[in-house]
Design a protein around this ligand. Structure first.
Ligand code: FES
Length: 160
C-alpha cells in the first residue's frame, strides 16, 4: 500500500478527475509496482466511483497487476521468432538464476518473471526485457550474467 501522501499527490496531479482514472492507475502501479487493493479502494472513495468499475479497468488492461510484483520485472519473450531461437532455454536460465518460475514473484519482492508474446523486435531476438530495457540476441549465459550483475549492483545492468 502506498503512503497516504503519495496517493494524495497522484490524485492531485490528475485533478481528482474520474476521467483520468487510467493515468491514476498507471501512476499507482509505477509507484508501487502493482495495484494494492487498499489503494484502489481509497481512490474509489476519493473519486466517487464504484470499486467494481475500477476492478474492471484494472483487470482489462494487461499492463496492470493486482498481485504484488518485484522491484525488478523480467520479461522473457516467447513469441514465435524468439521461441525458435531458444526463448524457452533462456526462460529456464532466468528461472534458475532468480529461483522463480514464469508468472511468479520472489518472497522478497525483488524479482518478478513474466513470459510475454512478441515484443515487436523480432530481428533482435531472442529478447528479454529487464525493467523496461530490451536486451537482444540473448543467450542463457548472457541472461544469467546480466541478472547476476543486476543482483550485485542493485541497478538494471544497462552498463554492459
Ligand atoms: S517474437 Fe520476440 S520480439 Fe517478436
Amino acid at each position: 500500500m502506498l503512503e497516504t501522501a503519495t496517493l494524495e499527490t497522484i490524485l492531485e496531479r490528475h485533478g481528482r478527475n474520474p476521467a483520468n482514472i487510467i493515468a491514476i492507475l498507471q501512476d499507482i502501479q509505477s509507484a508501487a509496482n502493482w495495484l494494492p487493493e487498499e489503494d484502489l479502494r481509497l481512490v474509489c472513495q476519493a473519486l466517487e466511483i464504484p470499486l467494481s468499475k475500477m476492478m474492471a479497468l484494472a483487470t482489462f488492461y494487461k499492463a496492470f497487476s493486482l498481485k504484488p510484483r518485484g522491484k525488478h520485472i523480467v520479461q522473457v519473450c516467447l513469441g514465435t521468432a524468439c521461441h525458435v531461437r531458444g526463448g524457452e532455454r533462456i526462460q529456464g536460465a532466468v528461472e534458475r538464476e532468480l529461483g522463480i518460475a514464469g508468472g511468479e514473484t520472489d518472497e522478497d519482492l525483488q524479482w518478478t518473471l513474466e513470459t510475454v508474446g512478441c515484443l515487436g523486435a523480432c530481428a533482435l531476438g531472442p529478447i528479454i526485457v529487464v525493467d523496461g530495457e530490451y536486451h537482444g540476441q540473448m543467450t542463457s549465459a548472457k541472461a544469467t550474467r546480466l541478472l547476476s550483475r543486476i543482483k550485485k549492483a542493485g541497478g538494471n545492468g544497462a552498463e554492459e
